[in-house]
Design a protein around this ligand. Sequence first.
Ligand SMILES: [Zn+2]
Length: 449
Amino acid sequence: MSQEITWLQNATIVTMNDDRDIIEGDLLLKGGRIAAIGDVDPVAAEGAHTRDLTGHIITPGFVQCHIHLCQTLMRNHADDMVLLDWLERRIWPYEAALTPETLAISARVGLAELIRGGTTAILDMGTVHHTDAIGEVVKESGIRAHIGKCMMDYGDQVPVPMREDTDESIRESLRLHQSWHGAADGRIKYAFAPRFAVSCTERLLREVGEAAADLKCHIHTHSSETEFENEFTRERYGVSNIEFLQQVGMTGDRSVFAHGVHVDDEDCRILASSHTAICHCPSSNLKLASGIANMPRYDKFGVPVALGADGAPCNNNLDAFIEMRLAALLQKPFHGPQSMPAERVLALATIDGARALGLQDEVGSLEVGKSADLVVLNLDDDPGCGPGGDVAARIVYTAQKHNVRHVFASGRQLVDNGELVHIDAPSLMARARTAQQDVVKRMQKYLPQ
Ligand SMILES: [Zn+2]
């Protein structure tokens, strides 16, 4: 936590508070928290670093509720495939080949991209092994994260090193929970991460549901990304994917289901009544040809929704701006131009994401007392972002990650004038290229015959 005092002056502050106030003025950051908004008392700001942000916009840091940091080294190496093929021929063999060292580099590359683009909180799915390596990298990065070990104890197509014994998978998850839940001054939390119903036994899912309820921590899984997941649970259990996840105790207000493309009204009722959040991943759903989630229907039923980029090999970006723009545009041809307005999308990427992670009292909006997790954008000097206009529209429809000038998380500056403060990107990418070649060599033995 930063003890420094920072006084950001003369900005347009998009608070994303309940009234959606947009304030012209200053922001005072003290001890890692927001100490004042609007007018700042110079006495309270004594000794502060000041920064004149005339012509700049400040928004809450973006929250992405479905990320795979472990997959970043596979970016641009798994393209133009459908989900199951993509998993079996590329992603699972790749994840099986990861070592703690290559996993750490993958996570560093993912975090560098996320932070540079203004994302300050994530829900990460992890991989089956070496989850401590992700925790260490998250800890040093300054980002806020729910991390979890991916759990898989079923499936012939799963490479041997990835297929776990049920008890061992749960034991390791509980050990990781003990090590990481509340780590880094509470910045890191643990979330159980059974991959999806197709690669988990019913017993594993039931035990995860019970453990997460006991420990009051989150559950993170994939659901209804493809119709195959519904066919699988209908055949085995006689119900839809969402109904099955409810029956085994996986739904609840601390559960986030990624995708939710192939659902019906009854599924929506289950999600709404259990307050289970759906993480909408529009780029991933398009690239893997999975389909388009129906956002207005989720709104109609009152299902909580958040936004996420998913993994680098299925997107191929981890960029909140791309997801926001796409989330807004995708719904319009089907449901009309007002079905997903810019301000609503900005809420998905900030306060609604924070709510899905149970972090709404800590981040997601700029309010006095909350953690100083924020993004400073320069749109005024960019011919592609103006001149002027509706602030939410400028951010959602025109801004890109190069417009991010500064990023603060827990009051600590992670991006300064468009540059990562703690990460040397060229040397990181040189190591990433070597690591990528190493993993590709090792993964050959896990490819399906
Ligand atoms: Zn995913």
